[in-house]
Ligand binder design. Structure first.
Ligand code: ATP
Ligand code: MG
Length: 456
């Protein structure tokens, strides 16, 4: 503990970082059209709790930015000068998260407020050969915290008790001009953390803002640095992009900036294939539409769609080489997942979902006997069926098959029997040869009951 403290003190920057500003513009909430009522009451209560305990606390980031723009914020982050342990002690319903840099989740029913302690960017931070900061776990002041944030519009601090917005980096001005501007020297900041390249595209697409010219200038050249980012981190940021409700626009933005090459292997893969792009575009447009309706999207389903073209191509190839459909598909899945694993670390539970969604696809073709009844009981039927409909929409699966399943799912017992009676005879060799299916579980990748991840 003491060693940690000394370490922290030693690593504290002696001089302010170049972009640090101690002077803030101050605005009253009403001046900017910000109504306290529109802000999460949980976030406000978190700030109040911290104030009462003698600490500073502000709502910061997307919660303030989106509220100022009249958008519905996705979530609310709070920044404070209390340490994570102190925050944890103040709120009974809270938990410490993360090992490298701890934050605290304060819980209010289903709402989670993420509380982080003011951090400083270090002038002498340890970096890799390309300038990527390897450790940034030094507490700082409010001013330092503002300076280490990425874009000016993300660095507005709202104090709900004083009803005041603090703006150290002309975020309000940029908000009015609808511009994404990097705080500090853009090239340096992209080097420090190359995921900011993805973040620019995400925010520009989500907010409909333009990227300030100085911020944009080094992007193309630095795109390759993203491959140095640890794959789990990349996955988190990629997921934010894909689930932003503006995934398609974000990917177009990435491409417009020349960032698709080498930016992300997964994107390389999908943006370079004309057919693949069609599938992906439709899938992402639907994902965006779901999010706009306030419905949830499961990451497993999303990544299943992103990689499906690859899986499908290999599946076709293995079948053409004489393999039966199900083993051919399993082989294709393994190959695609293996190739992907080193690049973007898709979390295991999502991989399990992807595998399952894909594995269900050939089973939809078997419409005779008991097979459809068994499939209808499958834990992940809904996700598999949604995926089938997507394949129908892109013309890859017959419309008749999608309609048949839509009818089958909606039908009652006798209705289902009639549909099975009327269904075309299944032509797949597996269906004919294997009347009893000996290895059902492992054939299908093993259904994992997951109440939360339904994609329907
Ligand atoms: P969203 O609405 O998508 O959540 P957000 O702006 O809240 O947008 P988060 O990823 O939740 O984005 O991050 C919260 C805040 O933390 C940002 O607004 C920004 O101030 C800061 N931040 C996050 N990631 C970085 C980064 N890589 N570099 C610098 N600052 C960052
Ligand atoms: Mg956020």
């Amino acid at each position: 503990m003491i060693r940690k403290l000394i370490g922290r003190l030693l690593r504290r920057p002696l001089a302010p970082t170049p972009q640090m500003r101690s002077h803030a513009h101050r605005y009253r909430g009403a001046e900017l059209g910000l109504s306290r009522a529109a802000m999460s009451s949980a976030a406000q209560r978190t700030c109040e709790g911290l104030h009462k305990a003698g600490f500073k606390a502000y709502i910061v980031g997307g919660g303030v930015r989106d509220s100022l723009l009249g958008l519905q914020p996705k979530d609310f982050d709070v920044a404070t000068n209390a340490t994570p342990q102190e925050v944890n002690r103040i709120f009974r319903r809270s938990r410490l998260i993360g090992r490298r840099f701890q934050i605290v989740h304060v819980l209010y029913g289903r709402e989670v407020i993420e509380v982080s302690t003011f951090r400083a960017a270090q002038v002498d931070a340890e970096t890799d050969d390309h300038g990527r900061v390897l450790r940034d776990n030094v507490w700082g002041t409010l001013e330092e915290d503002a300076a280490r944030r990425d874009f000016s519009v993300n660095a507005l601090y709202y104090d709900p008790i004083a009803d005041q917005v603090l703006d150290f980096h002309d975020g309000v001005r940029d908000m009015k001009a609808r511009v994404i501007r990097m705080i500090g020297d853009p090239a340096t900041r992209f080097r420090e953390d190359p995921v900011r390249l993805l973040r620019v595209a995400r925010f520009a697409a989500k907010l409909g803002f333009t990227i300030e010219e100085r911020t944009r200038a080094p992007m193309r050249e630095l795109a390759g640095l993203i491959s140095n980012v640890p794959s789990a981190r990349l996955f988190d940021e990629m997921l934010k992009l894909l689930l932003s409700g503006h995934a398609l626009a974000s990917l177009h933005q990435l491409r417009a900036e020349g960032l698709q090459h080498g930016l992300l292997p997964l994107l390389d893969l999908i943006l370079e294939q004309p057919d693949g792009e069609r599938f992906i575009s439709i899938a992402l447009a639907k994902t965006d539409a779901r999010i706009a309706e306030g419905r949830t999207v499961s990451p497993g389903f999303l990544f299943a769609t992103l990689l499906w073209e690859r899986v499908n191509a290999l599946w076709i190839r293995h079948r053409q080489a004489g393999q039966n459909p199900i083993p051919a598909l399993n082989l294709a899945i393994d190959e695609v997942l293996d190739a992907q694993a080193g690049k973007l670390a898709i979390q295991k539970r999502f991989v399990a979902d992807m595998r399952e969604i894909w594995s269900l696809q050939p089973r939809f073709e078997r419409r005779n006997g008991q097979a459809p009844f068994r499939l209808a009981e499958h834990m992940r039927l809904r996700a598999g069926y949604d995926f089938l409909l997507l394949r129908v929409e892109t013309g890859e699966a017959p419309a008749e098959l999608g309609q048949w399943w839509t009818d089958f799912i909606a039908a009652d017992g006798p209705g289902r029997a009639a549909l099975v009676e009327a269904a075309p005879r299944s032509g797949t060799s597996t269906a004919r040869k294997r009347r009893r299916r000996p290895r059902r579980q492992s054939d299908q990748g093993g259904p994992t009951p997951r109440p939360d991840g339904a994609s329907a």
